[in-house]
Design a protein around this ligand. Structure first.
Ligand code: NA7
Length: 535
């Protein structure tokens, strides 16, 4: 497709899993749509995050679309936790299967989206010079797509190559014979560090906050298991949709860690640790994420496992998280992360104690020490959730900028719509479960709901549908109230915007549960989109 000026029913920003499914559903509902995508192909997160060891930590059989039984039956996952290349192959398969690419303009970044009150439409412009007018504007920009390099002086002086895990070169990187520095120990650091350590001559890990991580126990999928899952797919998918976090876990326990005896607790935690899932430990008791004393029991359990794995006691203590409760920052699943620190060619530096002062021509200098490095890896994360939305100059009624509206933190109705921004939808936006859940389940739920919503508006011959300020206020209060009931707002996490200097500290996702949230959204729809005004 070529740059130009056009009018369509809808414009979608992003061709990751949310934008792809949105396009498919809008077409089915008879809406003409165009997708703009900054990357040169589909896949979003899985297009950009090509660092060594990148894989999903939701099980493959669940981290996939459920909208088409034929698709889920024909696709073959090979591992319990799929690698980035395999997930990207899946995204490409979906794009081919539903002929999505003909409505996607790649290598094109949307720069502005302005609401035009007179014409009742969005005017979208891109860095390729396009101008598109559309009744509906759907932001499918992802939650973790604005990569963040740290605010350390001197990077421009560094003479070696440097990489961000979220913008990894497509041709891969060979660290053989090099002294490599990795900054950051979130999921991306924890997944890539074991593989970089195997390849590099020497690896120095610069850690600011140690993280809770559990063994993934990844393995090839057996044909029997796959066959059984596929046979059970209708129930399995429904269980995921009706669960707290979007995976088929079953009914949550009501038992409390604080009331269990120590031996029994230990046994349960051991069983949870063995499961190799993100929720294996947090789901063992109902009070782990809401009661500090309960949380300390599981936090200490994980610290003990780290002390068992890591030989050097000083390194083990550095790796054992003590500054935030378990699960209040995104926990990780790993393959050999902690044991990597038993290698002779790996060193750990605590940059909380000895802060990074600057990047130099030949490496990195902390307050106390100079490190000579050939290559630097920033596993420093993202300006999460709001970053991708505020990276676009979005203006609603009366030219009011979303950046201005959200100066004190994001405010939305259901995480899908913003008062003052008619006909604009945010898939897995702040105020919805999104990053606290299996993203595939949350994406499908949002896309289905949005398509029903715009169809409803069309059937009513309404040109606009818009959240009311009152409904938004009530929702924001509810999101905050539920979050405050848990320990999650107590940590300096990216959920809170705490990883970006100057970003308002607001707990962004909705922690009430995928099941509860879906019911609320369904009720809103059943009441003819209560909380919205149609005009
Ligand atoms: P994360 O989880 O945000 O991790 C980023 C890491 O980088 C984390 O350890 C940060 O420490 C560290 N960091 C960030 N800035 C600095 C500076 N300036 N100095 C030292 N260390 C720094 O990002 P990931 O890419 O690993 O994972 C993102 C999500 O993707 C993950 O949660 C899953 O949902 C999938 P901090 O903790 O802020 O002290």
């Amino acid at each position: 497709m070529h740059a130009g000026s056009d009018r369509l029913d809808s414009v979608i920003v992003g061709a990751g899993f949310s934008g792809m499914y949105m396009l498919h559903r809008l077409r089915q509902a008879g809406f003409a749509a165009r997708v703009y995508e900054a990357g040169s192909d589909v896949g979003g997160t899985w297009f950009w995050n090509r660092y060594p060891g990148a894989r999903c930590d939701i099980e493959s059989m669940d981290y996939s679309y459920s909208f088409d039984p034929e698709l889920e039956q024909e696709w073959e996952w090979t591992e319990r936790y799929a690698t980035q290349p395999e997930i990207l192959r899946y995204a490409n398969h979906v794009a081919d299967r539903y002929d999505l690419r003909r409505d996607v303009q790649f290598d094109t970044r949307v720069e502005t989206a302005w609401w035009d009150d007179g014409q009742a439409c969005w005017i979208v412009t891109t860095d390729a010079g396009d101008q598109l007018t559309a009744q509906f504007c759907i932001m499918a920009v992802g939650c973790l797509s604005t990569a963040k390099t740290p605010e350390v002086p001197g990077l421009d002086r560094f003479e070696g190559p440097w990489y961000h895990t979220g913008r990894w070169p497509h041709e891969g990187v060979d660290f053989t014979g090099q002294r490599v520095g990795v900054i950051g120990t979130g999921s991306s650091g924890i997944q890539s560090i074991p593989l970089i350590a195997e390849q590099a001559e020497h690896l120095t890990v610069f850690q600011r906050t140690p993280n809770f991580s559990m063994p993934a126990r990844n393995a090839p999928l057996t044909p029997d298991f796959v066959e059984q899952c596929k046979a059970d797919y209708p129930e399995r998918r429904e269980l995921a949709r009706r669960s707290r976090v979007g995976v088929p876990l079953g009914v949550p326990t009501e038992e409390l860690a604080t009331q269990a005896d120590a031996d029994e607790r230990e046994q349960r935690f051991c069983a949870g640790w063995e499961k190799g899932t993100l929720f294996g430990l947090s789901a063992t008791y109902a009070d782990l994420l809401i009661d500090k004393a309960a949380n300390e029991t599981v936090a200490e359990f994980v610290r003990q496992r780290i002390r068992e794995i890591v030989h050097d006691p000083e390194t083990a203590e550095m790796l054992a998280p003590k500054d935030h409760p378990f699960g209040t920052k995104r926990p990780c699943l790993d393959t050999g992360y902690f044991s990597t620190f038993n290698r002779d060619n790996v060193a750990l530096v605590n940059v909380r104690k000895d802060p990074i002062a600057e990047i130099t021509a030949h490496g990195l200098r902390t307050a106390d020490t100079e490190y000579d490095l050939d290559a630097l890896v920033f596993a420093t994360g993202f300006d999460a959730m709001t970053g991708p939305l505020l990276g676009i100059d979005i203006r609603g009624r009366n030219g009011v900028a979303l950046r201005e509206r959200w100066a004190e933190g994001p405010r939305s109705y259901l995480g899908v719509s913003v008062a003052g921004f008619p006909n604009l939808f945010t898939i897995t936006g702040p105020g919805s479960p999104s990053v606290l859940s299996n993203m595939m389940v949350s994406i499908e739920q949002h896309v289905d709901w949005i398509v029903d919503c715009v169809t409803f508006a069309r059937d009513r011959r309404s040109t606009t549908i818009e959240a009311t300020a009152e409904a938004q206020d009530v929702w924001v209060d509810h999101v905050n109230e539920v979050a405050a009931f848990t320990l999650l707002p107590t940590a300096n996490s990216w959920y809170m915007g705490a990883n970006v200097p100057g970003k308002p500290r607001v707990f962004m996702p909705y922690i009430g549960g995928v099941d509860v949230y879906r019911q609320i959204c369904d009720d809103v729809a059943a009441k003819d989109y209560e909380g919205f005004t149609l005009a």
